[in-house]
Design a protein around this ligand. Structure first.
Ligand SMILES: NC(=O)c1ccc[n+]([C@@H]2O[C@H](COP(=O)([O-])OP(=O)(O)OC[C@H]3O[C@@H](n4cnc5c(N)ncnc54)[C@H](O)[C@@H]3O)[C@@H](O)[C@H]2O)c1
Length: 392
């Protein structure tokens, strides 16, 4: 059985998590680490015992000849670094969101296709143990025919939440609903429809966004509709972070820390119906129990990250795309850009859109506004600046 050689480009938080799960997987071997900062490189290298440490990514790839390069870096670097790594003709995985606009995301797909390698996007929740449990119940017909999908973020500023968390929610929605054919959306700032002045650079360098509340209505290929909410709360609340499948005979609810089934599509919380939700059992990859013993840290994301690696191994073995493929990641960006376009122009947007420009930048340009001024990167500073702009 082939051992897949993996190189990690970026050794801070997400890079360390990625390195740990690849290192723990019996079919993968971390053959090289790269970071611009040597202390990060050495901390991670010492932890997982990898001596091949580099500050130059091209050098790392030339010397270690990996099958996969993981690129867990800041959002603005995803596409530029992906393009640089793909030049070497290796498979990659890139953190979400796959790109900050369609032009750079398209460029990654076209380069990967020219080099005949694959791109996977680190949408680990789409594969996590709770999603596996939902999928098993769904595939077994336990909620009948799917008719509607609801999803919500956990309370980030709307447009930012869409780039940050919406990317995960949307890939789960298209897993069940099929690709998205069209989008109708509303974005508001302080309760009024957004204007070109509300277009802003997002916190954490997460692209160009607008709206503190975003509500999107989506039409999927499988004849199913859905709603995605990215509403800003005063305080983040993980309990809001769900994906719910509504079937003709019941409902399934996913949360980062659980999955439940309601064996009744219309149960009101009366007449002893309060406790009808049934907890589902998480499903892990075969090798997880053993591997988990060697993974340090207790991030709740470990099993999802491990599933992601397991899927990459199986996809490469079978000569097929990863379930969280570049094509799926690109489609998620199409939906996000469609949501922004529909919110700005007040129209239904059919996907995939022909115009690949960022719709909010186009909207601002058409309004004759000057170039965007930079905003703080950290969430709290960003919100403070935004509150000032809005006059409180
Ligand atoms: N999948 C998830 O659930 C999830 C959760 C949180 C964050 N994220 C994503 O993870 C990313 C952030 O991860 P992080 O906090 O670990 O990132 P980070 O930006 O803090 O760390 C990235 C590391 O990459 C290094 N780096 C950058 N450019 C480099 C280059 N050219 N060569 C070598 N090293 C380079 C930096 O020095 C840094 O140490 C974001 O894209 C975010 O959206 C995903």
């Amino acid at each position: 059985m082939k051992q897949y050689r993996v190189a990690i480009l970026g050794c801070r938080s997400r890079g360390s998590s990625a390195a740990r799960v690849y290192h723990a997987h019996p079919r993968a071997e971390v053959v090289g680490l790269c970071d611009l900062l040597e202390d990060r490189l050495n901390t991670l290298g010492n932890e997982i015992n990898v001596e091949a440490r580099f500050t130059d990514l091209d050098e790392m790839i030339r010397q270690t000849e990996p099958d996969i390069v993981a690129i867990p870096t800041a959002p603005a670097l995803h596409a530029p670094l992906a393009l640089r790594v793909l030049e070497h003709g290796v498979n990659i995985e890139v953190e979400k969101p796959m790109g900050l606009n369609l032009i750079e995301t398209d460029a990654v797909m076209s380069k990967a296709s020219k080099k005949s390698v694959q791109v996977a996007v680190h949408h680990q929740w789409r594969l996590s143990a709770w999603t596996q449990a939902i999928n098993r119940a769904y595939q077994a017909g336990e909620i009948g025919e799917l008719r509607y999908i609801y999803a919500s973020g956990k309370g980030y500023y709307g447009g930012f939440g869409l780039m940050e968390i919406g990317t995960h929610l949307l890939t789960s929605m298209i897993k069940f609903g099929g690709h998205c054919q069209s989008v109708t959306a509303h974005a508001t700032t302080r309760g009024r429809p957004i204007t070109p002045q509300d277009v802003l650079p997002a916190p954490r360098g997460n692209g160009i966004i607008a709206g503190d509340h975003v509500t999107a209505s989506l039409q999927f290929d499988n004849g199913v509709t859905g709603t995605l909410l990215q509403h800003r709360f005063d305080k983040l609340n993980l309990d809001a972070h769900v994906v719910e499948l509504y079937g003709t005979e019941g409902r399934l609810m996913w949360h980062p820390r659980g999955a439940w089934k309601l064996p009744n599509p219309h149960a009101l919380p009366v007449n002893n119906n309060l406790d009808q939700w049934q907890a589902l059992k998480p499903i892990y990859p075969e090798s997880f129990e053993q591997a988990a013993k060697t993974i340090s840290g207790n991030s709740s994301m470990v099993e999802g990250d491990y599933w992601f690696v397991d899927e990459y191994v199986r996809a490469l073995d079978e000569g097929r795309e990863h379930e969280c493929s570049g094509a799926e990641g690109l489609h998620v960006i199409e939906i996000i850009m469609g949501i922004f376009e529909s919110s700005a122009y007040g129209t239904r947007v059919d996907l995939p859109q022909l115009n690949r420009e960022h719709p909010l930048i186009r909207w601002r340009n058409e309004a004759g506004l000057e170039e965007l001024t930079p905003m703080p990167m950290a969430d709290a500073d960003w919100l403070e600046e935004e509150n000032k702009r809005l006059g409180s």
